[in-house]
Design a protein around this ligand. Sequence first.
Ligand code: GAR
Length: 202
Amino acid sequence: MNTLAHLFIFPLKQRIAILASGAGSNARGIIAHFKKSESIEIGLIVSNNREAGVLQIGKENQIPTFILTKDHFIESSAFLDELHKANISFIVLAGFLWRVPKSLVLAYPNAIVNIHPALLPKYGGKGMYGHFVHEAVHANNETESGITVHFVNEHYDEGNIIFQERVALDNTDTPLTIEQKVRALELEHYATVIENILNDRQ
Ligand code: GAR
């Protein structure tokens, strides 16, 4: 079979790199969602933290992993080379704590997304991640929280918003129950939002 016929029968999949710094529950959900996809696959799991649970999840799913250093990320083209070698066309941040450098934003225009565990523009910016977000939401007696999926630019949590979903809070909620409610929304929606974006790009 020639290459053209092969491509027609087996079109190239869009390949995602997931960047994560922690346990990786979102990454696990996204991997499971695309496991049987004929058009999208997870090609690389990347972490800045050697101890991150997400690396184990990558290994369990036979997905190549890559440990990022500040030098790779900010000062050299090593990371971009790695992404190109793995044919990555889309980048998903899932609990990734470093700010994305402008060079990466320019190399992947409108092709990097992040999930934030609150309703941006509230509770975003440097230092606002994970439990810090839920503690702040609780301290302010908010009556709702939620999730925001947005395109990534070189500023923390400031790119165009793609999707939000809300959840009601009441005065019995604690930072922990807020986190649980928000986590449930993340696992319900993030992979589908990514799939919709990628299908629109085809
Ligand atoms: C998620 O709740 C994600 O929204 C949040 O970190 C958690 C990672 O959990 N991201 C941020 O706070 C980014 N500012 P996970 O590693 O289990 O997916």
